[in-house]
Design a protein around this ligand. Structure first.
Ligand code: MIC
Ligand code: SF4
Length: 754
């Protein structure tokens, strides 16, 4: 039986009326995305047609999921909100804090020792406030969600950017910062700018070496890392119906890599099969009763140009397998063309590791397709030239895959089976073969491949591909290997060609699991004590942020002008720093250490304007803080791309940065800045970025009149006394300006609850 079936029935009971009403009000047929959005309005029945990309709308999500690395800060904030219980079903998943090293059993043991303080904290907070808790080793948040919680037509938010994975089961699932989740946990609406809609029509059928992953690798190549910003991507067409549910999940998952708010597919037979296979017959039966409400209207899919803001068409039959990278997930190259490209760019051809896993590609089907390649290596006497690492997506998948002999296939090839967790995908990887900064190449089935992400080495060239392609490349040991055309020499000196991968959508004998790792919360958690040791270096209770005074916005100093890509990994690195995710003061010591200083192209090396000396960003910033001087961070396009981690906003805020002024923002990060009571601004004129000098001082001339739809005016005073006056745009509405004025959104909640 499904979790929270009563809640799901309630959603389904009201969907028809609300969708019909929305159709009437908008006067047109509806996409699936609109159906879900309009049936989840905070105010209930729709009474107004919203303008896409313009109107801020209050929504009522059905559920929330948090993972261990973000839940700490989210729950530390929730604890301040003064509530007895979470207002909507919520779960916490321990998956980010487990380092991959020797293999599942010893790695999990070590994680439980090194992070027990954090796991205990999360378990007790969950118990206290009615939150479902998934223990370390239970699986990766998004796999566990799609197997247990996602449901067609539902809306959820999650404190992780890949929450969007649940679109594979027909949800609108959106990644948010912890402060957004706290709103919903506290029983308040969740606000989002009504998204634009991108339609992707899929025709044909996948075949040969091409996998679901290649759909999104291709889309990423077309739309780039910011092409989906502010939009929901809705997939439809005959090709969509030919994809498995978890395959759809893969596609939706990596929608985060194009900046999309989320991605989704209409309810279909593949989803029904998946629901039934994962012990949720009850949801399937209910969903079948309202099938037409759980997908877009026929008229929309027949004439998509009329109803979507942008339409892309992809023919699955002719789609080629891709490998995307290095250093960015949108650099798409069809397999077979990579050799020339790698040579031109001097990317190492030799592949050291093939890693299969992550929330993107760790389903049962993924493992079977990759195992079908691995099995051939055994049968045809091919010895893999690269090391192999596997992270199954959940204990249910691992248990079933072990039962069905899939894991032993990889083990025979010398693969290490790591814990059911994020592992190398988030830099939780004690890589045994290389320690220094040597140039090298790895391939993986993950979603992100930003510099330093997997192993901390800026010279690791990581390429993203489907699990089966990763398996083939790892066996060949070469980035330029094209399994569709090339042969390999086996141990007997024979030329071998790999056959096309074969997979199973679902386990023929059904899923099985002994202990899935779930811990239900107490009925009444009021007596549960949440412990945070005073001297802990991992956890720290939060102090409210003090509002930034208008007077402090005169004489603001430049902290750093970031050059080029500045993702949340650059602003608040993961990997070894994950250990401080619950301790704001400690994690603040990594603030912007990965950002490239535009004036000297170095990382973590900025000028202190008072002493003229150079130092690390956090150190210089702490010196400004000690003097009571506010600072500004300047950045390029898509600033804050990547993670939902609100640390990337809270740390600068904590250290005394008042404003972030960039060419453009990634959605979640911009909201995170607003929530934490900072100024997130964009250049009205992009070229003004070039005006900013290393010794600049900024005066916010009209901050006293900070208002909706009114750009701010900033005076920039250069070292030689000359001045420039520029305009900065912002997207704050009246309510968000209140967050800023109160010091943070949480301060406002506390005030309202007082
Ligand atoms: C990621 O994939 O970058 C993460 C780690 O899952 C993040 C969340 C985090 O920083 O904890 C995400 O995608 O939001
Ligand atoms: Fe974990 Fe990687 Fe998925 Fe993020 S992208 S949730 S780190 S597996």
């Amino acid at each position: 039986m499904a979790f929270d079936i009563d809640m799901i029935k309630k959603v389904y009971a009201q969907i028809a009326e609300r969708v019909d009403k929305a159709r009437e009000i908008t006067g047109k047929p509806l996409t699936l995305s609109e159906k879900i959005l309009y049936s989840h309005l905070w105010d209930g029945n729709p009474n107004k047609a919203f303008q896409r990309g313009k109107d801020y709308v209050d929504f009522a999500p059905d559920r929330i999921a948090c993972q261990d690395a973000t839940a700490q800060m989210a729950l530390l904030q929730f604890m301040q909100a003064g509530k007895k219980n979470v207002a909507v079903p919520t779960t916490v998943h321990c998956d980010h804090l487990i380092q991959a090293k020797q293999g599942a059993a010893p790695d999990l043991l070590r994680a439980n020792e090194t992070s027990n303080e954090v796991f205990d904290f999360l378990e007790s907070v969950s118990n206290k406030y009615g939150i479902g808790f998934w223990r370390p080793g239970a699986g990766i948040i998004h796999q566990v969600v799609i197997e247990n919680y996602a449901f067609p037509g539902g809306m959820m938010i999650g404190t992780d950017s890949h929450t969007v994975n649940a679109g594979g089961l027909g949800m609108i699932a959106i990644g948010v910062g912890g402060a957004d989740a706290v709103d919903v946990m506290a029983g308040m609406p969740w606000e989002l700018k009504f998204p634009k809609l991108i339609g992707v029509k899929l025709t044909g059928e996948l075949n040969g070496w091409t996998a679901s992953k290649d759909v999104i690798l291709k889309v990423a190549g077309i739309l780039t890392v910011k092409g989906g910003t502010g939009a929901i991507v809705e997939y439809f067409g005959p090709g969509a119906k030919n994809l498995s549910c978890t395959g759809k999940g893969t596609i939706c998952n990596m929608g985060a890599e194009i900046g999309a708010t989320t991605s989704t597919f209409g309810y279909d037979d593949a989803m029904e099969r998946f629901l039934r296979a994962t012990d949720r017959e009850d949801i399937a039966d209910e969903a079948n009763k309202i099938r037409e409400y759980l997908t877009g209207d026929d008229e929309v899919y027949a004439d998509p140009e009329k109803y979507f803001d942008q339409v892309i068409e992809i023919d699955l039959t002719t789609l080629r397998p891709h490998l995307n990278g290095p250093f960015t997930p949108d650099l798409a190259t069809p397999v077979g063309e990579l050799g020339v490209k790698a040579k031109n760019h001097d990317w190492p051809i030799k592949v050291d590791w093939g890693l299969i896993g992550s929330c993107t590609n760790s389903s049962y089907e993924d493992l079977t397709r990759a195992a079908s390649i691995a099995q051939q290596a055994i049968d045809k006497k091919l010895k893999p030239k690269s090391d192999f690492g596997i992270n199954p997506g959940s204990e249910q998948i691992r248990f079933t895959a072990e039962r069905d002999g899939l894991l032993s296939v990889f083990e025979k090839l010398g693969a290490t089976i790591f814990t059911n967790a994020c592992g190398p995908c988030i830099g939780q990887w004690d890589r045994s073969d290389r320690k220094g900064d040597e140039k090298n190449t790895i391939v993986h089935s993950f979603n992100r491949n930003f510099s330093k992400r997997a192993d901390g080495n800026p010279n690791t060239h990581a390429f993203v591909g489907s699990p089966e392609m990763v398996a083939a490349i790892a066996i060949s040991g070469r980035l330029d290997f094209d399994p569709m055309h090339d042969t390999l020499l086996n141990e007997d000196g024979q030329e071998i060609k790999l056959d096309e991968p074969r997979g199973l959508e679902l386990p023929p004998k059904g899923f099985e699991v002994d202990d899935n790792g779930y811990l239900a919360p107490r009925e009444d958690g009021s007596s549960v004590e949440v412990k945070v040791a005073k001297d802990s270096e991992r956890l720290q209770l939060l102090e409210p942020f003090i509002p930034i005074k208008d007077s402090e916005l005169q004489g603001v100093k430049l902290l750093i002008k970031a050059f080029g890509k500045c993702t949340t990994d650059h602003i608040s690195m993961a990997g070894p720093w994950l250990r401080y995710r619950g301790h704001l003061d400690n994690i603040a010591n990594n603030t912007l250490i990965g950002a490239v200083n535009a004036f000297n192209k170095k990382t973590n090396f900025v000028k202190n304007q008072f002493t003229g000396e150079y130092g690390g960003v956090p150190d210089v910033q702490r010196e400004y803080k000690a003097k009571g001087i506010k600072t500004i961070v300047v950045g390029d396009h898509n600033y804050g791309e990547g993670s939902s981690r609100e640390h990337a906003a809270m740390q600068p805020r904590f250290l005394g940065v008042a404003a972030v002024l960039v060419k453009s923002f990634a959605r979640i990060h911009e909201t995170n800045l607003k929530k934490q009571g900072m100024l997130g601004l964009t250049f009205a004129n992009e070229e003004d970025y070039d005006l900013i000098q290393e010794d600049d001082t900024f005066n916010f001339l009209d901050i006293a009149d900070f208002a909706e739809n009114k750009p701010l005016t900033i005076e920039i005073v250069h070292n030689d006394g000359s001045k420039d006056i520029i305009k900065a745009n912002h997207t704050y509405n009246d309510a968000q300006i209140k967050w800023y004025r109160e010091g943070s959104a949480l301060n406002l909640i506390k005030k309202q609850n007082a």
